[in-house]
Structures are given as structure tokens and as C-alpha cells.
Design a protein around this ligand. Structure first.
Ligand code: NAD
Length: 419
């Protein structure tokens, strides 16, 4: 396979996917596309690559990185934001990692992150949120947090169906809503922007199915559907109803709902079942702080998932360490939760932990668990000694402030010592 501006490494081989068995076939030396992204992506990306290379090497593996481009880099090279060959290269190679991409607010182009997730049908954004020993936290018992957030990635108000105030289109939609659909006098007079919030049975069920599968495979206690169905009955309410439906239809033996938990088991779930429950999103934000230990795997529509996962991340050290990955069927694009933080860009100062731990998720997905464990252990031991980047150093007593590259080098040394 060849591309116009992307150089395919000679020595690597492509990862493939057996659709019938739903398994990846990973060669010894897989080609993995890497998109460094904008802003601090250029600092944290190379740092994370060094750490991932060290972990791979220490466990008898090898990664053939293939640079692909979007955002600022692509504007320079291709004169566009998201070249088709970048999308194709990630699609074909199935497993990739990316840094953050800047999205202008209001005017300008739409989010490239959202576009990539949609084009590649990466429907589940998964953000594990767990405590690493030594991380400074604003809460008393941060170690109680051990959640995995599944955020739907392709629909909701993020679908991009919206019309700008002052356009003919928005007035047409207003007329349709008021005159044809009977919502007369619901929208105030004057300028209006209108967006549409699609939540489908298909989109909901495949996301919730994936969350339940994860909970079963990883011995988790519960899956909580987080919605605002009391107000948005036919979208968020439908998300909750379809979520329960998929549990009943696809996992009748492996799941019970909360009513059954109390009626039949007096609140003590048997070891081998996952309790499926639901919470209203505003209550859930409160429960994250007050009843942290009661939550395990969360499944959410797009916007709730965005808010909830940043908030949960803040409890265990914030954006500098929060990893994530976008999953489709037989496909992953790992990426940290944080953005491009332009004011820190190019200063060799940003925290690469979130990017490194996103890489760890990628390693797990390709079945390199030994390498993933090494990454985890090395990062945790580094942070527990408070040898950290500026964002964590300012929050701990007696911390040693390291640059992005110094931090990565020390993590690499720890991997070599641990191996
Ligand atoms: P941001 O995450 O870039 O930064 C917010 C603040 O968090 C920073 O100012 C910094 O203090 C801190 N921070 C973030 N990452 C850090 C790190 N690795 N180390 C240390 N401190 C860190 O959020 P923002 O300022 O709202 O967004 C900036 C740009 O990034 C916007 O264009 C936004 O659209 C984009 N963005 C992209 C993604 C993505 O690519 N997936 C995600 C979020 C935001």
C-alpha cells in the first residue's frame, strides 16, 4: 500500500482483523500510525513514543511507527485540515494513537477529532479513571475512584446537525418546528441557532453492549447508564430504556437490574453478575464525589460523557494524566482526554502521562499486556516519588519538577530496571 505523503515503514507489517471471530491479528512488528497533533501534542507525543518503545522492546516486541498528519501539520503539507489519506491510513492499519487537535470556538472549521471519530466509526470513547499512587488530588479518598467511562462518540448534539442564526436554513427549520410540528411559540422571536440531538437505538445499544461486555470480561460490579431522561424523554430517556433492553436481550444470565438486586438479593449482588442501573446526569456528578466507590463502569450519551469524564479525571489528578481511547469494531484510536493547551505548546513542559497511558490502552488492545503492565508500573513508581512535570509538582510537597522529555527518560529507565 502506498500514500502520497505518508511514508510507510519498510520493516513493519499491517495489523489485520478477523471479523467473524472479532479478533485482531497482530504481527511481531506492527505498523502503528501516530498523529502528533497540535500544541502540546508535539511535546507529549514523542515522549510517549519513547516510553512505549521501551516497554515493547523490554517484552520482546517492536513497533514500526508511521507518521500521519492532521491539523496544523496537514495545513502545511496538504493545505487542508484532515487529509483523506490520514483517515485511510488509520482505517487500514486499525490501531493508532493521536495527540490533541485544536478546534476554533464559534467560527472556523468543525472539530477534527469529532470528524475522525465519525469517519472511522469509532463509536465508543473509553476513559479509564483510576488513582495512581502519589498523584495529588483535590478529594480526601482519591483511591476510591476506579471507573471506566464509555461515552457514545457518534451522535447526540455532537452529530454536527445545526444551523447558524440569520441563515435561510435556520428559518426554514424554525418554520417546520413551529408550523408543521406544532411547537408554536416555543422558540423566542429574533435570532436563533438550532441544533438537532439524534440518539438512536442502534448507536445506544452498540455502546451499552460494549460497556456491559467490558464489565463482564473485567469482573466489574456494575454498569450505570447516565442520562437526563427526566427532561429529554425521547432522546436521553430512550438511551436509558434501550440500555436496559440490551442488557435484558443480550446478557440475560450475566446482568440484573437494581430492582432485582434489592428484591431478590437484598442489595448484595452475586459475584458473577453485573448490576445495570441508571442515574440522572446532574445527580451522577454529585455521586462521583459523594459515593465514588459505588460506581464502576458508566455508559453515557456523548455530551454527558464529555462532562462526566473530565470531572471524574479531576478527582484523580486532572487532565495531565487522564488517558482515553476511541473504539470501533476491530479498531482503536488512542488519545489523551486533554486538548492542545496552546499556551504550554513547544515548551517541553506538558505532562506526557495521559498520552503514555493512552498508549498503554492501545498496547492492551493489541494483546501486549506485559508491555502495558510495565508502562503502568513505571509511571506509578515515577509519580509516587514525586518526580513529575510542572502541573503535578506545584501540588505536592517536596516534588521535583521535570521537563516533558526528562520525565519520559526517567520512565524509560524505570521500565529498563523493571524488565
Ligand atoms: P486543554 O486540555 O488543551 O487545556 C486546559 C488546561 O489543562 C491547560 O491550559 C493546562 O493548564 C492543562 N493541561 C492540559 N493538558 C495538560 C498536560 N498534558 N500537561 C499539563 N497540563 C495540561 O483544553 P482547552 O484549553 O479547553 O482546549 C485547547 C484546544 O484543544 C481547543 O482547541 C480544544 O478544542 C482542543 N481539544 C482537543 C481535544 C482532542 O484533541 N481530543 C480535546 C480537548 C480539547
Amino acid at each position: 500500500m502506498s500514500y502520497d505523503k505518508i511514508e510507510v515503514p519498510d520493516e513493519g507489517e499491517q495489523i489485520t482483523y478477523d471479523e467473524d471471530e472479532d479478533v485482531l491479528e497482530v504481527p511481531d512488528h506492527p505498523i502503528i500510525p501516530v498523529l502528533h497533533g497540535d500544541g502540546i501534542g508535539k511535546d507529549v507525543g514523542p515522549a510517549a513514543q519513547k516510553v512505549l518503545n521501551a516497554a515493547a522492546e523490554a517484552t520482546g516486541h517492536d513497533i514500526a511507527w508511521m507518521d500521519v498528519y492532521a491539523g496544523e501539520d496537514a495545513r502545511e503539507t496538504y493545505d487542508e485540515n484532515l487529509p483523506q489519506e490520514t483517515v485511510e491510513a488509520i482505517r487500514e492499519h486499525r490501531v493508532a494513537i493521536k495527540g490533541p487537535l485544536t478546534t476554533p470556538v464559534g467560527a472556523g472549521f468543525r472539530s477534527l477529532n469529532v470528524a475522525l471519530r465519525k469517519k472511522l466509526d469509532l463509536y465508543a470513547n473509553v476513559r479509564p479513571t483510576y488513582y495512581l499512587d502519589g498523584v495529588p488530588s483535590p478529594v480526601k479518598d482519591p483511591e476510591e475512584m476506579d471507573m471506566v467511562n464509555f461515552r457514545e462518540n457518534t451522535e447526540d448534539v455532537y452529530a454536527g446537525i445545526e444551523w447558524e442564526a440569520g441563515t435561510d436554513e435556520v428559518e426554514e427549520v424554525r418554520d417546520f418546528v413551529e408550523d408543521d410540528m406544532g411547537f408554536d411559540a416555543t422558540i423566542h422571536d429574533g435570532a436563533v441557532g438550532i441544533g438537532v440531538k439524534p440518539i438512536t437505538e442502534f448507536g445506544t445499544k452498540r455502546l451499552v453492549r460494549r460497556a456491559i461486555e467490558y464489565a463482564i470480561e473485567n469482573d466489574r460490579d456494575s454498569v450505570t447508564l447516565v442520562h437526563k431522561g427526566n427532561i429529554m424523554k425521547f432522546t436521553e430517556g430512550a438511551f436509558r430504556d434501550w440500555g436496559y433492553e440490551v442488557a435484558e436481550e443480550d446478557f440475560p444470565e450475566e446482568t440484573i437490574d437494581e430492582d432485582t438486586l434489592w428484591e431478590e438479593y437484598d442489595g448484595e449482588a452475586p459475584d458473577d453478575v453485573v448490576v445495570v442501573k441508571d442515574r440522572i446526569a446532574d445527580n451522577m456528578l454529585q455521586q462521583l464525589l459523594t459515593r465514588t466507590e459505588n460506581y464502576d463502569v458508566l455508559a453515557m450519551p456523548n455530551l454527558n460523557g464529555d462532562y462526566l469524564s473530565d470531572s471524574a479525571g479531576a478527582q484523580i489528578g486532572g487532565l495531565g494524566i487522564a488517558p482515553g481511547a476511541n473504539f470501533g469494531d476491530g479498531r482503536v484510536l488512542a488519545e489523551p482526554v486533554h486538548g492542545s493547551a496552546p499556551k504550554h505548546a513547544g515548551k517541553d513542559k506538558a505532562n506526557p502521562t495521559a498520552m503514555i497511558l493512552s498508549g498503554k490502552l492501545m498496547l492492551e488492545y493489541i494483546g501486549w499486556d506485559d508491555a502495558a503492565d510495565l508502562v503502568h508500573e513505571a509511571v506509578e513508581s515515577q509519580i509516587s516519588e514525586h518526580r513529575v512535570t510542572y502541573d503535578l509538582e506545584r501540588q505536592v510537597e517536596g516534588g521535583v519538577k521535570l521537563s516533558t522529555s526528562e520525565y519520559a527518560e526517567e520512565v524509560v529507565e524505570r521500565i529498563e530496571d523493571l524488565a
